[in-house]
Ligand binder design. Structure first.
Ligand code: SF4
Length: 373
């Protein structure tokens, strides 16, 4: 029997109101375990983000306030942006990691700082973002609902505003059972849609969720995650568009492996009118070894590293495989840039391999120069 939304929320370990999350596995089961079948694909017509027809009238929405900074200016001007994902250190020392990202130079517009990825403790995203800001780099604070109530989420958002963090990426977050602190209680007071609403209320309305006024409003871009390759794929563009209509300024996606599927996703977002109001940033996993490719394929829902790429790596001489992989990645980025509606890329370094990001960006610059861009 088809569950109701209330029943689906009682099944879902994250108690999603705006499900499904990005953790649905290819067989339709939940990221938390194969004993749970994600109920949301069965009740799409009951989901609030699908029912909010008024919210889809993007052209009637109030324009977002102007946010300062290089990332905001480039996105507003329709210029292509390059973001680099960072997992903060799992210790209390940031100097080494900040220096490595500083070495990437001005080719990176902002560093996207993860929030306890894989539900494991790392340095807080807010603290790491503050250090990047001090070092002269723009920073995007990831903020997850997994272990914060709406009180704690708003506290973090105000902290981000006070420290001049350029953007907040609102995510529901990995369930604690996926990490190494399995006894940690999940919170999930809100999901990503609820968090986008909080961030927008604070910034645009100067208001807490309680209705109490905020004197000094934060000023940041609001980002959200997109999952073009996660089941059910046919509604992912609509869900990402709904996040923009809920208040997100940009969608940063999981890593893209299938360019045709991603082009369809971008076109559908355009058709929904979402890219008139927000921007679409495509994820790129910078894979340089067969081991990394195999790990992605086995562990990340929706990941599907091209068999042609694997064959190319297998054929290349060991001394040449890394360079060949980076060339392949640069060509992939060039093809992504051709897709209409794509405003930037978010580079995911595997195994903290920031050096590969730098080499890829150099390769991209060479490809651009060759193409006269
Ligand atoms: S996959 Fe996500 S939305 Fe679906 S049941 Fe699991 S946690 Fe909930």
């Amino acid at each position: 029997m088809t569950p109701t939304l209330v029943e689906a929320r009682s099944i879902c370990p994250k108690r999603m109101l705006h499900g499904p999350c990005g953790g649905v596995r290819d067989d339709g089961t939940c990221e938390v375990g194969p004993h749970i079948t994600c109920p949301y694909p069965l009740i799409l017509d009951q989901l609030p983000w699908r029912l909010a027809q008024d919210a889809r009238l993007g052209h009637l929405m109030r324009p977002a306030p102007r946010v300062s900074g290089r990332l905001a200016s480039k996105l507003a001007a329709g210029e292509f942006v390059i973001l680099a994902e960072l997992w903060p250190p799992a210790d209390a020392d940031l100097r080494r990691i900040v220096a490595r990202y500083q070495a990437l130079g001005p080719s990176v517009d902002a560093v996207n700082v993860a929030d306890s990825p894989l539900a494991q403790p790392f340095m807080s995203s807010l603290a790491a973002c503050a250090a990047f800001k001090q070092a002269g780099l723009e920073a995007i604070m990831n903020l997850s609902c997994k272990d914060r109530s709406r009180i704690a989420l708003q506290a973090e958002l105000m902290g981000a505003g006070a420290l001049g963090i350029n953007a907040v990426l609102c995510i529901t977050g990995d369930h604690p059972t996926l990490g190494d602190h399995k006894a940690a209680p999940p919170v999930y007071d809100l999901d990503s849609f609820g968090l986008i609403r909080l961030a927008r209320q604070l910034r645009d309305d100067g208001q807490f969720d309680s209705g109490r006024a905020v004197a000094g409003r934060p000023s940041y871009l609001i980002g959200a995650a997109g999952s073009p390759f996660t089941r059910p794929v046919e509604v992912q563009a609509e869900r990402a568009a709904a996040k923009i209509f809920a208040g997100a300024d940009f969608i940063a996606t999981q890593a893209v492996f299938d360019l045709d599927r991603f082009a369809t996703f971008a076109r559908q977002m355009t058709d929904f009118g979402a890219l008139e109001r927000g921007r679409l940033i495509a994820g790129v996993a910078v894979v340089t070894t067969p081991e990394q490719a195999r790990w992605l394929n086995s562990n990340v829902p929706g990941a599907n590293v091209s068999p042609a790429f694997m064959e190319m790596l297998a054929r290349a001489l060991p001394s040449e495989s890394r360079r060949a992989a980076l060339r392949w990645n640069a060509e992939f980025v060039a093809r992504l840039r051709q897709i209409e509606g794509v405003s930037g890329i978010l580079l995911y370094a595997m195994e903290h391999d920031v050096e590969s990001l730098g080499e890829l960006l150099a390769e991209v610059a060479r490809t651009d120069a060759g193409a006269g861009r």
